[in-house]
Design a protein around this ligand. Structure first.
Ligand code: SAM
Ligand code: SF4
Length: 320
């Protein structure tokens, strides 16, 4: 499937729940998200229907995200079912990692290997503060478990926040020295809770690169939003995802499915296409809804410009 700017769309990111076992300050309000009624959320079987239709239209790669996907009952069966769909070549998960120690084995058995684990501080008190209660040792244990299980690739995602974790940049980068993992720095985006944060909290990745220093550039992978570097003698890589300072919209290959069953052409646009409604009424229309959403993809996002409209969704509903 191609959009109106001739971009080939083969990647679907699915938020399977908007609920979470953390309350990261930039992502969710302290009280968590309002719990919607069960009937208003897309079910795991309905997600499988959307993925089947997507696969027939050229979707080959799926990312499961949330909220926190590992708190969703039935996640292992969902991964097994998606893995069995003809045409799906790649399935990945984005998680805060808290439950990986206990669930790693089952995830691997279900056919999952690619993992992105979000961790914004290595300091226990700081991690607890930004996540409003999380225990960083549980995440670190989870990372060790998936390394032990030989799951790969493993990518750690770090959102850099001014005045918060900017003194830990090298500590994060140096995790790549002893383990074959990628550590990726992500620019803070003005979405959800962070949409009201001051601009001082935003640090460009160019600045992060400068502060880490000593990074050897690697060849860019065409479909990856990250630009990769290596510290000398490192086993893993250090990546930079710059959605703000040098957006990668011209190579965007993705479409999103929200936890309440809406297709979202772009993370930053307000347009949505209701696919849950057609599944519940006439599932043969899923493909036409997918096409409709893909044709609505904007050429690029307008963050930090006059044309940007602040949305009313938290990142946990869309999945990041
Ligand atoms: N709970 C899982 C996790 O934290 O990895 C998956 C969902 S979370 C919404 C997905 C990613 O979005 C996380 O890496 C998180 O750090 C990122 N994220 C949330 N709000 C963000 C913001 N305003 N700017 C940049 N990244 C953000
Ligand atoms: Fe939960 Fe992930 Fe949002 Fe943190 S970033 S509150 S872990 S959904």
């Amino acid at each position: 499937m191609k959009d109106t700017f001739s971009r080939k769309i083969n990647y679907m990111r699915i938020s399977i729940t908007d609920l979470c076992n953390l309350r990261c300050q930039y992502c969710m309000p302290a009280e968590g998200v309002y719990k919607k009624q069960h009937k208003d959320m897309i079910s795991l079987d309905e997600i499988v229907e959307v993925v089947k239709a997507g696969a027939e239209e050229g979707i080959t790669k799926i990312r499961i995200t949330g909220g926190e996907p590992l708190v969703k009952k039935g996640i292992i069966e969902l991964i097994e079912k998606i893995n069995a769909i003809d045409g799906i070549k790649d399935i990945a998960l984005t998680t805060n990692g808290l439950l990986l120690k206990s669930m790693g084995k089952d995830l691997k058995k279900a056919g999952l290997n690619r993992l992105n684990i979000s961790i914004d501080s290595l300091k226990p008190n700081r991690y607890k503060e930004i996540t409003r209660g999380g225990n960083v040792y549980e995440v670190l244990d989870g990372i060790q478990e998936v390394l032990r299980l030989n799951m790969k690739p493993i990518k750690l995602n770090v959102v850099v926040i001014g005045g918060y974790n900017e003194d830990e940049l090298y500590d994060f980068a140096s995790l790549t020295l002893k383990d074959a993992i990628d550590v990726r720095f992500i620019e803070l985006m003005p979405i959800g809770e962070a949409s009201n944060w001051s601009k001082e909290r935003f640090i460009s990745n160019e600045e992060v690169r400068k502060r880490i220093g000593n990074l050897i550039p690697l060849e860019r992978e065409p479909s990856s939003p990250a630009q990769y570097f290596k510290l000398p003698n490192a086993l893993g890589r250090v990546g930079f995802i710059d959605p703000i300072s040098s957006h990668f919209c011209n190579s965007c290959n993705r479409i999103r499915l929200t936890s309440d069953g809406k297709l979202k052409p772009c993370l930053h646009s307000q347009q949505e296409v209701d696919v849950m409604d057609v599944i519940r009424n006439n599932s043969s229309d899923i493909k036409s809804k997918l096409k409709e959403a893909i044709l609505l993809k904007p050429e690029k996002h307008y963050l930090y410009t006059d044309e940007h409209i602040i949305g009313n969704r938290n990142m946990s509903e869309i999945g990041g």
